[in-house]
Design a protein around this ligand. Structure first.
Ligand code: SF4
Length: 218
């Protein structure tokens, strides 16, 4: 189930690619750094069709999917041609100019306390369209102020479909399906956002409130 964007709550097939060139402090997908199995574009298309035969939502994610741009762009084209709504989750560290315009880009701009601040390539702002979304995963007041200032500096509120401020989750979270696992208290974040009238929406990782936060593949 899609859990981290304006598509949150919609059933979604995830195509999760191996490999990432970043190491975010709160990464909950470290299992994607290695392993997986090689599949052709046709095999991936067949698997998506098996899981969701009547169309719907497909998200290409990772890891960092744009590290495999040569293969992932034709895959996205194929999925679009087959009638799927295609989302791409990316850090924006790689160029996004080659992404088909119909694909909804969900760009996770890294904040300072992720340990990967400054990795977003600002040239990619030119590639954003009104259907795309920018997400900031926040673990501190420092991160919040960075996200607020970045949003204002680049006029993101008018540039993209949604700006998402999302509290980081503890990567070892398990058990309770509630906000006690958030590194930054959502209530505190909400109060900051209201006080500053930020043109963003607070996002929670919905799937971690439905299933045990440690469960993968949901
Ligand atoms: S970019 Fe994503 S997959 Fe890579 S380290 Fe950061 S959170 Fe994990």
């Amino acid at each position: 189930m899609q859990g981290e964007s304006t598509y949150s709550g919609v059933a979604c097939v995830f195509v999760r690619l191996t490999g990432c060139n970043l190491r975010c402090a709160w990464c909950d997908s470290e299992y994607t750094f290695q392993g997986g199995r090689k599949m052709s574009i046709a095999e991936v298309g067949d698997e998506v069709a098996r899981l969701s035969p009547s169309g719907g939502l497909v998200e290409i994610t990772g890891g960092e999917p744009m590290l495999q741009e040569r293969e992932v762009v034709p895959l996205m084209q194929e999925l679009l041609a087959a009638g799927y709504r295609v989302l791409l989750e990316t850090s924006g560290e790689r160029p996004l100019a080659g992404v088909p315009r119909e694909v909804v880009k969900i760009v996770d701009v890294k904040c300072p306390d992720s340990g990967e601040g400054g990795t977003f390539h600002r040239e990619n702002l030119q590639e954003l369209t009104g259907q795309d979304e920018i997400k900031f995963v926040l673990s501190s007041r420092t991160d919040y102020e960075f996200a607020r200032e970045f949003t204002e500096e680049h006029g993101l509120g008018k540039r993209v479909n949604a700006v998402l401020f999302s509290p980081a989750f503890r990567k070892d979270a398990t058990g309770a399906r509630d906000s006690s696992h958030c590194v930054l208290d959502p209530q505190e974040l909400a109060e900051w956002m209201i006080a500053d009238n930020v043109p963003a929406r607070l996002g929670l990782q919905l799937h971690k409130f439905i299933w045990d936060p440690a469960v993968k593949g949901v």
